[in-house]
Design a protein. Structure first.
Length: 278
């Protein structure tokens, strides 16, 4: 018998499901001392023993045993000189056990594949959730920024109110190109400051807006920093009530501001209506 054919028949040989001719041919091939087939036969034989050991041992009922012995007594079995075939019931049990093992392996493989697929799906879901969380946080940050920008314009309606005051701020040395405007209500209770062409202040400095009073020290109206293009806008919400402010100036001061001007003055302007006595 060819080696390849004999090798493929070793499983059936070990489980006793070959016919007499096939079994004899395999045994002849094994008698040649083929190392590969001998090793394979040992592996399959060990597996068959392990599978057989998993089959539960069931006691045969007495009446079944009596019927089997009666049939054996009524049947004549001639003596054969060659090796007998393994009992059919054992071969059937082995085939069932082998099939069960194959099905179990298939089920285990499917469950492993399904577990990996679920794990991949869970990882994808977690990644999408993390991205959504980041996007939500970014949107919240942008919304807060927009709200902050909008809050700067809360006093913008004063521009359309009757009797508003406009004070032009002219640049002074060493930055004469700087300029700005202050727009306030007639009583100067609220308003807006707009400046242009201001240099960026050092990190430890800020610009401070002062309200100028006739015969009295200036009072602080607010602090601000400029954008990279030299512009800035400031809500005038801190003008003390009852103060007769006749003009405005801007100086550069330590961050947080000072109670009185100490730094260089960049722009200054007087209310023309106050100068005219209005």
């Amino acid at each position: 018998m060819d080696h390849k054919i004999a090798y493929e028949m070793l499983d059936s040989y070990a489980f006793g499901i070959l016919d007499e001719g096939e079994r004899a041919a395999v045994e002849v091939h094994l008698g040649t001392g083929c190392a590969a087939c001998s090793a394979r036969l040992r592996e399959v034989s060990d597996l068959s023993v392990r599978l057989a050991s998993t089959v539960p041992q069931v006691e045969v009922p007495p009446h079944v045993k009596e019927q089997l012995m009666s049939r054996i007594g009524m049947t004549h079995h001639p003596v054969r000189s060659h090796r007998q075939k393994e009992p059919a019931p054992l071969a059937a049990w082995l085939r069932v056990a082998w099939g069960t093992a194959v099905v179990s392996l298939a089920v285990a493989g499917f469950l492993l594949w399904q577990t990996n697929a679920l794990r991949t799906q869970l990882e994808t879901t977690n990644r999408l959730l993390a991205e959504t969380t980041r996007n939500t946080e970014q949107m919240q940050t942008e919304l807060a920024s927009v709200r902050g920008e909008l809050s700067k314009y809360q006093h913008a309606p004063v521009l359309g109110e009757p009797g508003v005051r406009f004070v032009s701020l002219a640049g002074l040395d060493p930055n004469p190109q700087a300029f700005g405007n202050v727009v306030t209500r007639p009583d100067k209770s609220a308003g807006m400051l707009y400046v242009y062409r201001f240099p960026m202040a050092p990190e430890d400095k800020e610009y401070q807006l002062w309200g100028l009073r006739d015969g009295k020290p200036p009072i602080s109206v607010g602090m601000f920093t400029v954008n990279t293009d030299g512009t800035a806008m400031l809500n005038l919400e801190t003008i003390p009530a009852g103060e007769e402010i006749v003009g405005f100036s801007i100086t550069i001061e330590p961050r947080g501001g000072m109670p009185e001007p100490t730094g260089m003055m960049y722009v200054k302007g007087m209310d023309p209506m106050e100068e005219d006595g209005g």
